[in-house]
Write a protein that binds this ligand. Structure first.
Ligand SMILES: [Zn+2]
Length: 75
């Protein structure tokens, strides 16, 4: 149970943590812009991707009515 809590906390930290420059390495953080992040040292720019909730899959397909009755359309 505490494992789940710990995971959530670390995940939150990970999200809020500033990105480091992949070229300059750790210690050099990327400046955050509205739609991108850039390194002031080497000029590395990385465009942010639109955040898509991967976990929330919209399963709004045609609802299958559970009538309980046997199918009338036998193939
Ligand atoms: Zn850099």
């Amino acid at each position: 149970m505490s494992k789940v809590e710990h995971y959530e906390v670390s995940d939150d930290k990970l999200v809020r943590k500033k990105q480091t420059c992949p070229k300059c390495g750790d210690g050099v953080f990327l400046a955050e812009h509205s739609n991108r992040v850039s390194c002031g040292k080497c000029g590395y720019t990385e465009f942010k991707k639109k955040e898509k909730p991967k976990k929330e899959k919209k399963v709004e397909e045609a609802p299958v009515p559970e009538t309980g009755a046997p199918s009338l359309f036998d193939e």
